[in-house]
Design a binder for this molecule. Structure first.
Ligand SMILES: [Zn+2]
Length: 317
């Protein structure tokens, strides 16, 4: 759990040492690249008897098991989307105590963008006057959602997406099938790629086939919608958006940004030639808006029916 990913080593080496590190750090970057692991590793470094996340001292062994008395992890409760003021108060109380084992106390806030308003305000008090030898590590893929006053009190650590070759090397070592395709579907984020459902690639091709049938007029939108409501909506919308993006890229730049297996590109090229691209941009905007609603209790069947109907209407006259 606490081994850095190969693409994080450069940022790790560039970190200031424990004595000059800020009391509050904001670790940001895209989803699915291992920000939380990085934060826990940094927490381990802060409580390590050697000051370096040695992995073998008593403190590191406890931290490695997620069981160190001077590290407190804060995150939204299972099934909840908010970190509440109770969590923030627990954090404040924890950091105010003297350390048990280590020289410092560390709190790690996972998905810190989920702090609700009152939790953020409570946290702000600690960030304004941090107790001696206390550290708060905030992790977020959406730092813009944090209060600006919180952001401005944090030292920023921005973790990049790995290069394609590092990501593919990682996925292959992890035994992920069709690593190229998985990485493309996951927008270059290797941990997201690793976590994709096993049928991700066939689902992508099935969606492409449905769109081809709609454009050729061998399937109508209402029939096409059958069977898609079972798919996670956020994931389905992401696949749909990717296909729209690839069509636009083929029609404008003339090539995909990354290769995709099989006859994906040939089929998309053919599809692109049959569509009204102006209208496709409008549909693209509509789908992006739906992304924001993907967690809301929407009628998935209605959404797919509508998307397929709109796609059918893209047929060039
Ligand atoms: Zn250690």
């Amino acid at each position: 759990m606490l081994t850095l990913f190969p693409w994080q080593e450069g940022v790790w080496r560039g970190l200031p040492d424990n004595r000059t590190l800020a009391h509050a750090l904001l670790i940001s970057g895209p989803q699915g690249i291992g920000k939380t692991v990085f934060a826990h590793r940094l927490g381990m470094r802060l409580i390590c008897e050697q000051g370096q996340a040695c992995g073998v001292c008593r403190s590191c062994v406890f931290a490695g098991k997620g069981d160190h008395p001077d590290i407190l992890v804060i995150k939204a409760e299972e099934g909840k989307a908010e970190i509440t003021v109770d969590h923030a108060r627990a954090l404040n109380a924890f950091l105010a105590l003297t350390p048990h084992l280590a020289e410092r106390r560390v709190s790690i806030i996972e998905a810190a963008d989920q702090l609700n308003r009152s939790a953020a305000n409570a946290l702000l008090k600690t960030l304004e006057e941090p107790p001696a030898e206390s550290f708060v590590l905030l992790v977020s893929h959406a730092p813009a959602r944090l209060l600006p006053t919180i952001r401005s009190r944090c030292q920023q650590i921005s973790l990049p997406k790995p290069s394609r070759s590092l990501a593919l090397g990682y996925l292959k070592a992890r035994g992920v099938d069709q690593a190229d395709a998985a990485l493309k579907i996951a927008h270059g984020a290797p941990l997201s790629a690793e976590g994709l459902p096993k049928d991700a690639l066939s689902t992508a091709f099935r969606l492409l086939e449905t769109l081809e049938h709609l454009v050729r007029g061998v399937l109508d939108a209402a029939t096409a919608g059958e069977g898609w409501q079972a798919l996670d909506l956020a994931y389905g919308l992401s696949l749909f958006t990717d296909i729209l993006a690839d069509i636009v890229r083929l029609a404008t730049v003339g090539a995909l940004s990354e290769p995709f297996p099989g006859d994906w590109e040939t089929r998309l090229r053919r599809l692109a030639s049959q569509l009204d691209l102006q209208q496709l941009f409008t549909l693209w905007d509509e789908v992006l808006e739906l992304h924001g609603l993907a967690d809301a209790p929407l009628d998935r069947r209605l959404i797919w029916d509508k998307l397929f109907l709109r796609f059918e209407q893209l047929r060039a006259q």
